[in-house]
Design a protein around this ligand. Structure first.
Ligand SMILES: *Cc1c(COP(=O)(O)O)cnc(C)c1O
Length: 364
């Protein structure tokens, strides 16, 4: 193992999680969400490993381009669609499916002499982020059908609170979507990872008599979307990323000694401290507090002092056998990234997507 921060990506775990998510939504196709460098896990290697995906979803044209340049032939969906005429031409050249969520995008389609083969019409069922109001769905379908006569149209919507147990918002969104789904014979995609794991893929309808895609992202990477508990029963997901580094120095300090920038941490007893070759330049969050969890040679220990750009310090006082060269797990199978994220008041999604370019990713 390298001394410097390294992310080991377990592609067998990735494939396992994919199958868990697929089994949780029987009869559905899987649009694997690999935006943001596959949530920090590496766009192309993740796409290559997910050979059973029915399609991939990305947020940026640049992500679609990187996939095509790497030879990925699987359908690619642009989750936010295109933003101007040159984007639309690029999306066509890359053979992407596109989302249409606003009037500006309807105008772009109408003005183009070529159109995508598959167009996802996004309905805002209550999240108030992207999409047409539900009562415009039929009208937008008619309009797109008229300007894009060869395109296949599909319905897309997104749950705001599928991660929460018994969410009133989810119930309200399902209620809003019900008449649309009832009268829509085409393809349908509603559920992110928590939605799929809650059985919401087809919005309460059967997924066997219509084409339904689930859109899991976070679950593929083995990270629970249910941060606040209240998770439905599901097969276990296995964390895919092992983010680790090694100890490159140790020292002993006395009462009153301080560690790191600003002297935030002050020892109230004699201590042994290890310096680890990982910092915020690698994507390990600088704002983590003293005591934030790490594993040293597999044993739980705590962060001491502010995280630097290239280094951080850990408390080795109770781990006399650990020292120079010891492995430090920042997060991974034995320390879920959500636990670390919790110490910072954020979610695992943010931490994995922040793992920086300079971190070597190794694929198992
Ligand atoms: C990112 C994203 C997803 C994936 O959500 P997860 O919670 O990571 O499963 C699904 N749909 C849309 C529209 C997204 O933007």
């Amino acid at each position: 193992m390298d001394f410097a921060a390294t992310a080991i990506i377990d592609t067998a775990a990735l494939k396992h999680n994919f199958e868990v998510l697929r089994r949780a939504s029987p009869g559905c196709k899987v649009m694997a969400v690999i935006k943001a460098n596959a949530y920090g896990h590496g766009l192309v290697p993740v796409a290559t490993a997910l050979e059973n995906a029915d399609s991939f979803a990305v947020a940026r044209i640049s992500e679609a381009r990187a996939l095509r340049e790497a030879g990925v032939r699987t359908p690619i969906v642009l989750l936010e669609g295109v933003f101007d005429a040159s984007d639309l031409q690029a999306a066509l050249a890359l053979d992407c499916e596109t989302v249409v969520h606003c009037d500006e995008q309807l105008a772009l389609l109408a003005a183009s002499d070529r159109q995508p083969g598959i167009i996802w019409i996004k309905v805002d069922s209550g999240m108030n982020r992207l999409g047409f109001p539900p009562d415009r769905f039929a009208g937008v379908v008619a309009q797109v059908s008229a300007t894009c006569e060869y395109a296949e149209l599909r319905l897309l919507s997104h749950f705001a609170s599928a991660d929460l147990d018994s969410s009133y918002q989810t119930t309200a969104q399902l209620h809003t979507l019900k008449p649309l789904i009832e009268s829509w014979g085409g393809g349908l995609s509603l559920a992110n990872s928590p939605g799929g794991l809650r059985g919401l893929a087809a919005g309460g309808f059967s997924a066997t008599d219509r084409d339904v895609w689930i859109r899991p992202g976070i679950g593929l990477y083995g990270i629970t979307p249910f941060e606040d508990g209240g998770a439905p029963e599901h097969e276990p997901l296995v964390p895919v990323m092992e983010f680790s580094a090694k100890i490159i120095a140790t020292r002993t300090i006395g009462i009153g000694d301080r560690v790191g920038y600003g002297g935030r941490f002050r020892a109230d007893k004699p201590m042994r401290v290890g310096i680890v070759a990982a910092g915020y330049g690698d994507g390990y969050p600088r704002m983590l507090p003293d005591g934030a969890p790490v594993l040293i040679d597999g044993a739980r220990a705590g962060l001491v002092g502010r995280v630097s750009m290239d280094m951080l310090a850990v408390d080795l006082t109770d781990l006399p056998d650990s020292g120079y060269g010891s492995a430090v797990t920042l997060w991974g199978k034995a320390l879920p990234v959500g636990v670390v994220a919790n110490a910072l008041g954020t979610i695992g999604y943010e931490l994995v997507t922040r793992v920086s370019d300079r971190v070597t990713r190794r694929y198992l």
